[in-house]
Design a protein around this ligand. Structure first.
Ligand SMILES: C[S@@+](CC[C@H](N)C(=O)[O-])C[C@H]1O[C@@H](n2cnc3c(N)ncnc32)[C@H](O)[C@@H]1O
Length: 315
């Protein structure tokens, strides 16, 4: 994984404009800062998803367990699984026969999650998968033939453009069988300031999260970024429903990364593009499900209509 990070940073800082994938936010520090983000008032998606999962956990179960057959409950990018635990606990209380497979590229995330679930739900069968999404699904396919119920919560899908999202979901679909389920979180289009504030909190938590990418390069790849010489710059374009985050160089400067044996020049005001958070309309979600080979069974939506957990079945 370190080799891939090194290659991606080397390529990304050589592009014009410079670019590093948001998947590299999540090292140990990044995981911890993301937990602070989820607890922020401005970061509404977490509350919305809590509300949806609490309100509709039984309705969801009725889809997943309609034939009372054991299923595999697979989570892509599980993180700390805080919201998922609402469903896990409900299913265990209902004596449902299922196994939980959290997939995450962050080994801290999957290790902590497994430990945590061991305490609160000791009887639940959990197998942690420390891999990229698709590799993780491949591994699970070699272990089990049960019906799959795949979770993709927290608007991780928003970290892709619409077209990238369709391609990604098509490749997920290839690893599924007919009638397997996919439950995806989509952040819905809404008041632009509400959206922007979620990436631009006054306490500076989202700024720390974004800039931690530079600290990670320093730590893992021997970079000499002076993090104070950069700032976090988020924008939201309501026309296309895209929030984007950038890191901006405050001055003209050179940064050397010893493990890459390379020096990168930054002009004053030059940016690194680090994250897209795409916002959806219900119509776009319908189009996307069809293009990717699924049918929507239900859109579970919170009271404010900020967010949906959309339940799809593979056709
Ligand atoms: C924004 S957090 C969301 C966590 C959780 N799903 C939630 O809703 O709270 C994204 C998680 O996905 C993981 N992740 C990001 N890209 C990944 C990839 N390509 N393969 C596997 N995990 C990934 C990160 O390590 C992180 O734990």
């Amino acid at each position: 994984m370190l080799e891939q990070f090194a290659n991606d940073v080397s390529k990304g800082l050589s592009y014009s404009p410079k670019k590093i994938s948001s998947k590299y936010f999540y090292n140990k520090e990044g995981d911890m800062i993301f937990q602070e983000i989820m607890a922020m008032n401005e970061y509404y998606p977490t509350d919305c998803e809590y509300e949806i999962l609490r309100t509709y956990n039984q309705d969801m179960l009725e889809y997943f367990y309609e034939n009372k057959k054991e299923f595999d409950f697979i989570e892509l990018g599980a993180g700390d699984g805080k919201k998922t635990k609402i469903l896990l606990k409900h299913f265990v209380d209902q004596k449902v026969n299922f196994s939980y497979y959290p997939i995450d590229i962050s080994c801290y995330a999957v290790n902590n999650l497994k430990k945590d679930i061991g305490f609160i739900l000791p009887k639940l069968k959990v197998k942690r998968i420390n891999r990229e999404y698709l590799e993780g699904l491949e591994e699970i396919n070699s272990l089990s033939k049960n019906r799959k119920v795949i979770l993709f919560l927290g608007s991780n899908i928003g970290n892709m453009t619409y077209d990238e999202g369709v391609l990604f979901l098509k490749s997920i679909s290839l690893k599924m069988k007919k009638n397997d389920f996919l439950l995806i979180g989509f952040d819905l289009q809404k008041d632009p300031l509400t959206i922007l504030n979620a990436y631009n909190d006054k306490q500076g938590i989202t700024a720390r999260f974004n800039l931690n990418l530079l600290s990670r390069i320093n730590k893992d790849l021997g970079g000499d970024f002076n993090v104070n010489q950069f700032y976090h710059y988020p924008v939201y374009d309501p026309h296309i429903g895209e929030a984007k985050s950038y890191i901006v160089s405050k001055v003209s400067q050179d940064v050397h990364v010893s493990k890459l044996d390379k020096t990168f020049h930054f002009k004053e005001g030059e940016v690194i593009y680090t994250e897209i958070s795409k916002k959806y309309s219900i119509q776009m979600i319908e189009n996307m499900s069809k293009e990717a080979g699924f049918e929507i069974k239900n859109n579970f939506i919170d009271k404010r209509q900020y967010f949906t957990n959309s339940l799809w079945i593979k056709t």
